[in-house]
Design a binder for this molecule. Structure first.
Ligand code: HEM
Length: 130
């Protein structure tokens, strides 16, 4: 509902259902990515297990969960880590489409979904480098 108060990003991890939920979102997201002719070639790994793990742990940390991502990978520096990949409007939009599908499958309350999608929208734009 439009009148729901905004959800603080730091409370999302718990409200969304913890690590399992993020693993599920990221798994669905990559199911879309591997079928995407624009995005698939950017990911070198055969099985994407590493990519899935890194994205899930990053999101858990960002949304108030455990800081395992930074313990394993250091400071996120996401824009810098994305420099090797040519990310223009089309790549950004494809990424967002798969993430939106994955998030919507969770059937979250509207305010929670809006907090997640608002972050992804801004982060994906920030990652553009072409
Ligand atoms: C906008 C379009 C985007 C494209 C095309 C893209 C593509 C990629 C690719 C090809 C990789 C390397 C594979 C890997 O290490 O997993 C990667 C890594 C990663 N991406 Fe993205 N990405 C995008 C946006 C985002 C956004 C919005 C986020 C966060 C909200 C994000 C988070 C990550 C993370 C956490 C990693 C792993 C970084 C590491 O620890 O090495 N990406 N991305």
């Amino acid at each position: 509902m439009a009148t729901d108060p905004p959800v603080d990003a730091r409370t999302v991890f718990q409200a969304a259902g913890g690590a399992e939920t993020f693993d599920r979102i990221v798994t669905r997201f990559y199911e879309g990515v591997v079928q995407d002719p624009l995005l698939r070639p950017m990911y070198p790994e055969e099985d994407m297990d590493g990519s899935r793990r890194r994205l899930s742990l990053f999101l858990q940390q960002y949304f108030g969960g455990p800081s395992t991502y930074s313990e394993e990978r250091g400071h996120p520096r996401l824009r810098m880590r994305h420099f090797p990949f040519a990310i223009g409007q089309a790549e950004r939009d494809a990424w967002m489409r798969h993430m939106q599908t994955a998030v919507q499958a969770e059937r979250f309350p509207a305010a929670l979904e809006a907090t997640l999608m608002d972050y992804f929208d801004r982060a994906a734009t920030f990652m553009m480098n072409r």
